[in-house]
Design a protein around this ligand. Structure first.
Ligand SMILES: [Zn+2]
Length: 124
């Protein structure tokens, strides 16, 4: 490692206040906002966890790092969330009278599927 890199290496944050690493020197588990976005994540309200310093145009440049384990999904849900959502949607499509899972949401006003509410009609 060069002296410049060593100057930017402060994993305990004693010099800079927050854990500081040189460019590409950050341990796994940290990501920039841009990297989180690329992974479909967002910081999720967490504070900046660490920073990366490097020598760039105009002097020392800074990139803020966030903890990946605290990041939240941006658009796509996690498998666990998808499962929970799927369960909730299935519940909304399940008639509590005949226990059939319908291709539509059980109307709240009826509280049962159309086949149960209107037995003589062809309401599947
Ligand atoms: Zn029913």
């Amino acid at each position: 490692m060069s002296r410049i890199r060593a100057a930017y290496h402060d994993p305990d944050g004693t010099r800079y206040g927050i854990p500081t690493y040189w460019w590409r020197g950050a341990p796994p588990g940290y990501a920039t906002r841009r990297q989180l976005t690329a992974a479909g994540l967002r910081p999720g309200g967490q504070p900046v966890a660490a920073q990366v310093l490097w020598r760039g145009v105009g002097g020392t440049r800074t990139a803020y790092l966030y903890r990946v384990d605290l990041a939240r999904p941006k658009r796509t849900a996690t498998p666990a969330q998808r499962a929970a959502i799927g369960k909730a949607l299935t519940a909304r499509r399940t008639c509590r009278i005949c226990r059939q899972v319908r291709p539509y949401y059980i109307p709240r006003s009826l509280g049962e599927c159309l086949a149960c509410a209107f037995p003589q009609e062809d309401a599947a």
